[in-house]
Ligand binder design. Structure first.
Ligand SMILES: [Zn+2]
Ligand SMILES: [Zn+2]
Length: 356
């Protein structure tokens, strides 16, 4: 290759609605404080599917753009580390380091950031481009939301840190008490992660969902009771019989009608976490009497703070989530467009690991 031809890599580029193409584009060059990540594992996610369906994401992606946001890899190159005094200090993550990079980085200076709510940062930057051989990691991400992976943990295990961090954040926002019985509504990957983390924290867990594979996975993760909400509507009576007092209800479907169901199911004095984000413009009805006289606490947590990403990676390294229950298989990058099209019609499977 001549000196004037920049090296290229394969990357998935989002062009618009249901239009993703795997192309050759230049390998990015890391600037000061940045690093170049060789992506070893990128995981598919419901958010990517939403972006694929719509062709954009208001806060995160405007096409044409590389995309994918759950990733782990190896540091392939480091940009100069800015020192300001003319010296060149050693990079924090030298070439060859195995790292996980979160998909967002807060500013650290705005009002929510100063109040330990970096997930609500007024200038939250997002990182996309996991479905590619290489990814340029901007300095803010290197500084605030990149973590070394323990030697014994695999890349695909570490890549689960991003979605699990949302769950850790959700649990941090929900004041669990010893002996709590917690219902999780929705058993997609996020709901299943709640089941695993709640069991690790000693709760009695009720999983409510549909599709045999997901219900079986909830059982495998230790859910004490698993109910199929498709089974002719009997689940409600069965739930009341087995668990008359739900201390906490976590909504993990992102549907307004299920938000209302969560509010109806929790016991007097209980806590509801409306975790699943609903489509913009949707509304729910709140029973004021129930809220006040039954003293129901309503929480709704969004995204994650860097401390939640750190805690999620530690939990993964400790084996809290068996990765085989969350990652159904592996595909090469070339098969990503077909995989996403398939997921449009049956979003039932667990995650797939893309190996660029
Ligand atoms: Zn995700
Ligand atoms: Zn901020």
């Amino acid at each position: 290759m001549s000196a004037n031809t920049p090296p290229t890599m394969r990357a998935a580029v989002l062009y618009g609605k249901e239009d993703v193409r795997v192309e050759r584009i230049p390998v990015p060059v890391p600037g000061p404080g940045e690093l170049l990540l060789k992506v070893e594992a990128a995981l598919t996610c419901g958010t990517d599917l939403k972006v694929f369906r719509r062709g954009y994401h208001a806060a995160m992606i405007r096409p044409p753009s590389v995309f994918g946001h759950e990733m782990a890899g190896t540091v392939a190159a480091c940009g100069e580390t800015p020192a300001g005094d003319g010296t060149h200090p050693a990079p924090r993550f030298p070439v060859g380091t195995r790292v996980v990079v979160a998909n967002s980085a807060p500013c650290g200076a705005c009002y929510p950031c100063r109040r330990d709510q970096e997930n609500l940062c007024e200038d939250l930057h997002f990182l996309n481009g996991a479905y590619a051989e290489y990814l340029r990691v901007p300095a803010r991400f290197v500084e605030r939301n990149t973590y070394r992976i323990a030697d014994h943990a695999s890349f695909e295990t570490a890549a689960l840190a991003e979605p699990l961090a949302c769950v850790v954040q959700g649990l941090d926002e929900t004041a669990l008490r010893r002996g709590d019985t917690v219902a999780v509504l929705g058993l997609g990957p996020i709901g299943l992660m709640f089941v695993a983390m709640l069991k690790a924290r000693g709760a009695t867990v009720v999983g409510l969902g549909r599709h045999a594979l997901r219900l079986d996975t909830a059982r495998a993760l230790g859910a004490d009771t698993v109910l199929d909400v498709d089974a002719g509507g009997h689940w409600h009576a069965e739930l009341r019989r087995r668990h008359p007092h739900l201390d906490v209800v976590i909504e993990a479907t992102g549907k307004p009608e299920v938000w209302e169901q969560a509010l109806a199911l929790v016991r007097k004095g209980g806590i509801v976490n409306l975790f699943g984000g609903c489509p913009a413009g949707t509304k729910i009805t709140l029973d004021t009497h129930r809220l006040h006289y039954d003293q129901v606490t309503v929480k709704s947590s969004f995204h994650h703070r860097p401390s939640a990403v750190r805690a999620a990676l530690t939990a993964l390294e400790q084996g809290v989530l068996p990765p085989r229950l969350f990652i159904g298989g592996e595909k090469p990058l070339e098969e990503l467009p077909a995989l996403l099209r398939g997921m449009l019609h049956s979003n039932r499977t667990v995650k797939t690991c893309i190996r660029p």
